[in-house]
Every structure is written in C-alpha cells, then in structure tokens.
Design a protein around this ligand. Structure first.
Ligand code: FAD
Length: 331
C-alpha cells in the first residue's frame, strides 16, 4: 500500500506504471480505479467556494453550514439536494434546469423534489444559470442580472472521470470514461477499469454504461478482482443508489431515460410515499421507491429480469407475482 502516491504514467506495452517520483512499478495485471473529480465551473474559484468529494471537503463544509449562514448551492442534482437538506442555514439552490434531478427522474418526479425543498425553506432559483461569484466573493451572480448574497457557495455540478492516465497511454475512451468490455477489460492487454471511471459494455443495457454510484464501485471492484485473478466473467449488476433528504428516503434501481421512457406511478407522488417505474418496450428500465421499503426484492427482480409487464400491472398488480408471470417472456 503506497499512500500519498500519484501515478503519473502508464506504459501498457511494458506493463509498467510510473509514480510522481519517477519510480517504475511493474504489473502483471492492472486495475484503473481512478474515480472522478468534481466538475469545476468558470467563475467559481474564490475562497468561499466549496466542492464536495473528499472527507476533508465534508469536514470543512460542515463547519460552514451553520444556522444563520447564507448558503448558495449551484446545481440541483443529488449532491446539491443532499447538501441543501443537511444544511441548517438559509439555502438557495440555483440551476438552469427547471426542476431538481430532472435529468435523472424527469419532470413529474422532479417536481416532488422541488416541492420537498421548497417546503423545507429552500429558495429555488431554477431556470437561470449562475455565472460566477462577485469579486468580493459575497454573492453569486446570475445570468439574468440577479445576485444571490452568499456566505458559503457550494458547487455541485457533477463529476468528471479521471481518465488522464488512460488517455495518455492511448487506451480507448467512451462516454466520458475508460471504455471497458463486459468483463471490465480496457483496450490495453491486462489493464482493467472499474467504478466511476469505467464506461462499461453492460450485457443488458444499450450503449456504454458509466455509473457514478458507490454500489457500482463496490460491486465492480469485487467482480473485477476475480477477473484480475484469471476470470473472464461479464459484470451484469444493475445500478443502484439511495438518497436521504429531510424525511424523504428513496432508492433507485436500474437506468432509465426519463425523457423517453414511459413513467408509471403507483401511489400519489405528492404524498411522498410512492413507487415510480420507467417502462421501455414493455420492460422496466428503472424503479424508484420513495418512503416505501417493503418492495425492494420485487423491484430488483423487475429491473433485473427484464420481465414483460404493462403499465397497468405495475400500477395495480401484486409486484411479487409480476416477475414470475413475465418470466416466460424475456426475449
Ligand atoms: C458528496 C458525495 C456523495 C455521494 N453520495 C453517494 C450516495 O449517496 N450513494 C452512492 O451510490 N454514491 C454516492 N456518491 C458517489 C460515490 O462516492 C462514487 O461513485 C464512488 O466513490 C466511486 O468510487 P471509485 O472507487 O470509482 O472512485 P473514487 O471514490 O473517486 O476513488 C478514486 C481514487 O483514486 C485516486 N486516484 C485518482 N487518480 C490517481 C492517480 N493518478 N494516482 C493515484 N491515485 C489516483 C483518488 O485519489 C481516489 O482516492 C457520492 C459522491 C460524492 C462526492
């Protein structure tokens, strides 16, 4: 274990990596698990601007999110929403999209999160882009000419995979990450990639799948260990993550395209106790449970088996029977 050591070069032809001190390390097989870094935004580089990726980032931020402080959060994705819900402060969330989490959850479910944050006192400035902090760092400037006073600014604008090593070594890239086949092998012999950085040729999803979730990093890590030791097994688990915001807890399984997949709701979203499904060609691409915790296995099975189901069945039928009933039809 070499702590505080940065790898600066990879030479796949020689089976060697080089660290920042110029020391070469040979390998038989190599795993690139370099993860991602927070996306920076132009105009947001002053001392009052915070990112959230590391434990140190979190500890610094915790001291700042105190009662009475004015916090502006740039970005209404998962990081932005979770920081907003954790802050005991006056919070303003700003994002050019019209609804929080819209890219992942679509308009209807995104509106549940908008109302949740509004009900907890967050000021939402949606549909407008933030263009930077004021010269004195005490406000966030908006493209519509507005200014949001700020003691603390948190930028939660997504993550960028750390592909530099792979790129410089000439490995294939895809979907912003390092291209890997179903068994998590990169284009270079004996080099594998897993976690946030891996753009995976998933056996059951279309196109490249790059997942920025903890469970994916953990499960791909375990899986790739077997392949590093000589296995050739495809990694086939579906993405999974959870989020807790105020008194709303949710889990998401699968990978939907909310702009195109059909949304099916079970229960009233405004009650904040409901299930949401996304359907494509009669199969569930993703399922979300909000403040309901009894259906986990059924939802995992529905997403995982790709059983054929109808919107009506999802809304009304006993979910446990659907995968058994649809099991015969998994073309
Ligand atoms: C604030 C926050 C909250 C999150 N919450 C959730 C959540 O609730 N649920 C969830 O599922 N996911 C969550 N995630 C995402 C989750 O943390 C990531 O998907 C996961 O950490 C990815 O793991 P990884 O091992 O691929 O990469 P990382 O955890 O990014 O680890 C990569 C490591 O590689 C090191 N490294 C990079 N380049 C080099 C180099 N050249 N030489 C040596 N070392 C290098 C880095 O220093 C780092 O230690 C959250 C992320 C953040 C930032």
């Amino acid at each position: 274990m070499r702590r505080d050591t940065t790898v600066t070069a990879l030479r796949p032809a020689d089976h060697v990596i080089v660290d920042a001190d110029g020391v070469e390390h040979g390998y038989d097989r190599l795993l690139l698990a370099t993860g991602s870094r927070p996306r920076t935004l132009p105009g947001f580089d002053g001392p009052g601007v915070h990112m959230l990726r590391t434990l140190d980032n979190a500890l610094v931020l915790r001291e700042k999110l105190t009662e009475g402080s004015r916090v502006v959060i740039v970005g209404s994705g998962w990081i932005g929403c979770e920081v907003a819900s954790a802050a005991r402060a006056h919070v303003t969330m700003v994002d050019p999209v019209p609804l929080p989490l819209r890219n992942v959850l679509g308009d209807r479910v995104g509106s549940v999160f908008r109302d949740l944050h509004a009900d907890h006192g967050v000021t939402l400035r949606l549909g407008v882009r933030a263009r930077g902090t004021r010269a004195d760092g005490r406000a966030v400037l908006l493209e519509d000419g507005g200014e949001l006073p700020a003691d603390v600014v948190v930028v939660g604008a997504g993550a960028v995979p750390r592909t530099e090593l792979a790129e410089a070594a000439g490995l294939d890239l895809a979907a912003g990450g390092i291209a890997v086949d179903a068994a998590l092998r990169t284009s270079a012999p004996d080099v594998y990639a897993a976690g946030d950085v891996a753009a995976h040729d998933h056996p059951r999803h279309e196109g490249r799948v790059r997942v920025e979730h903890w469970s994916n990093a953990k499960d791909q890590g375990t899986h790739v260990a077997g392949n590093l030791l000589g296995g050739h097994d495809a990694y086939g688990a579906d993405p999974y993550f959870f989020s807790d915001q105020y008194d709303l807890g949710c889990e998401y399984r699968g990978l939907a395209d909310p702009a195109h997949d059909e949304l099916v709701l079970r229960g009233d979203p405004d009650s904040r106790e409901f299930l949401a499904f996304w359907l494509r060609d009669g199969r569930v691409t993703a399922a979300l449970n909000v403040n309901l915790w009894d259906h986990g296995d059924a939802l995992t099975a529905l997403v995982g088996t790709r059983a054929r189901v109808s919107a009506r069945q999802l809304a009304e039928a006993d979910l446990n029977t659907l995968t058994t009933a649809g099991a015969a039809d998994r073309r």
